[in-house]
Ligand binder design. Structure first.
Ligand code: AMP
Length: 289
């Protein structure tokens, strides 16, 4: 396994592998690797000749009052985990390598970046699309692997790839969870014992909400109310949003179409957690093809 820090060395490796017609799969991460990341890495490993991951805590996707400084970093452990999964290359650039002085360009997907998580986290998705666009240009993968946990991110990146004609296929892996259903996240480490115990309410409630929604007896608003009430009753979490949206265009829906997403964000103390579940409704959405 190679750990590459510079753009020139990475480019050399990419050119070498491209000349040999090797399929490159790519998993971008912010490190502090857990089973969620590893599930994507394993899929990438299985499906490609070369498996590349990046570890970069991207400063421009954090707001000024967010947790950039505290974000967990563990290079040694990440290296061991990546090695175990037979990753070929870890791209591990410095902040200066990615954003040299006079870095003046941003990539922004409008409309769908300002809703759901983007409403409170202004500029977050602009930071995400900018780094992913750069990484795609650097790594030139045939396939990009993303996690369903960050559902809005997957929709926004798919839109960017389509709009800007990136030559890459996107594959989305399912959310990996703890025993009680809590979605694995590097930020779970911030939770204290009580918050951690309470956080199980999120997925428990999403699952029950899905069951109710798929029974066809409830409107999306009723499902949102149920989800909100249950989370409030069973935890001290502060709900940031709970919404039922179309899985393709992220528009709020008034009816359960064949593919809709119930998504939420809630704060346990200072720790913001997100989760989502797919609802397979019975009604057909005319805007989907
Ligand atoms: P991050 O390091 O948080 O930026 O995540 C890197 C990639 O791993 C993203 O595509 C995430 O959606 C994905 N990911 C994070 N947590 C999970 C999880 N619990 N299950 C599946 N994928 C995940």
């Amino acid at each position: 396994m190679k750990i590459i820090k510079s753009i020139s060395s990475l480019k050399k490796e990419i050119t070498k592998n491209k000349t040999k017609n090797r399929r490159i799969g790519f998993v971008p991460t912010m490190g502090a690797l857990h089973e969620g990341h590893l599930s994507l890495i394993r899929k990438c490993r299985r499906e490609n000749d070369i498996c590349i991951i990046s570890i970069f805590v991207n400063p421009i996707q954090f707001g000024p009052s967010e947790d950039l400084a505290q974000y967990p970093r563990d290079k040694k452990k990440d290296k061991l985990l990546a090695q175990k999964e037979k990753v070929d290359i870890i791209f591990y650039p410095s902040k200066e390598t990615i954003y040299p002085r006079r870095f003046l360009t941003n990539v922004e997907v409008t409309e769908i970046s300002d809703i759901l998580c983007g409403k409170k986290r202004k500029g977050h998705f602009r930071g995400v699309t900018t780094i992913v666009a750069k990484l795609l240009n650097l790594v030139e993968p045939e396939t990009l692997y993303l996690g369903q946990k960050d559902f809005q991110q997957t929709v926004i990146i798919q839109q960017m790839v389509k709009d800007l004609n990136f030559n890459v296929k996107i594959k989305i892996g399912p959310t990996v969870r703890e025993k009680d259903g809590l979605a694995l996240s590097s930020r779970n480490a911030y939770l204290n014992i009580q918050q951690r115990r309470e956080a199980g309410v999120l997925y428990r409630t999403l699952k029950e909400a899905k069951k109710r929604a798929e029974s066809g007896k409830y409107t999306p608003q009723k499902i949102i109310n149920f989800t909100s009430q249950t989370i409030r009753q069973e935890s001290k979490a502060k709900i940031e949003y709970i919404e039922c949206v179309d899985a393709v265009n992220l528009k709020k829906i008034n009816n359960f179409y064949n593919k809709t997403i119930l998504a939420l964000a809630a704060k346990f103390g200072k720790t913001r957690l997100i989760d989502n579940i797919t609802i397979n409704g019975t009604k057909k959405n005319k805007t989907q093809t």
